[in-house]
Design a protein around this ligand. Sequence first.
Ligand code: MN3
Length: 245
Amino acid sequence: MANISRREMLGSAALVGGWMMMGGDLAAAQATPPAGDKPADGPYQLPDLPYGYADLEPHIDAQTVKLHHDVHHAGYVRNANAAVARLQEIRETGGESIKDVRNATLALAFNLSGAILHGIYWQNMKKDGGGEPAADSDIAATIKRDFGSFDAFAGNFQAAAAQVAGSGWGILSYEPLADRLLVLQVEKHENSCVWAVPLLVCDVWEHAYYLAYQNRRSDYIKAFMRVINWEDVDQRLRQARKFRD
Ligand code: MN3
């Protein structure tokens, strides 16, 4: 990707930090964004794909990319905007409406987390991606330092993604406290485990792969590894490190 704004990186950091604090069930937040309409007006926009629907083939098929971006990702954005609007409405209305703050806040956390992670997910891939990061990149050196070798990282990352229970994400994160890379699992994407900045995220919700790979999630994860945009991941690492300054 061309540029990752500081605002976007801060949003990602706040997202992951927010996961610690947002517990609770998601009955009101809803796991499946509704299909159809374009995202409503609001502070969040559906970003364009950085490539064509078919550009990730044969690894990720065009129909999956189109549905995933235009319907699922758009739903997160629309519902995040709706939650922001609902919270504004509650603040203005007051009275009994204040009882809906929890539902609206859960909906905001769930949908904005989805919107942010999907934005990273699309940029984490590119046509003719995959392989290993450039040998002289920060991400290559840091993977080697923290995991021992690229293969050790790749094995850990793929196993973590494959072993997510139900829906969720495998995530390579930068953890600024110790300046370390960590492979994490997220099973409720608004409810994570550590303060960390996501650098590389693999969506293992079924909609990301089921049309082409059915129950073969591991095959999809292998395919994902073949389309990674390591320049994007490297840029995210370098930007995340600025948080230490
Ligand atoms: Mn998804």
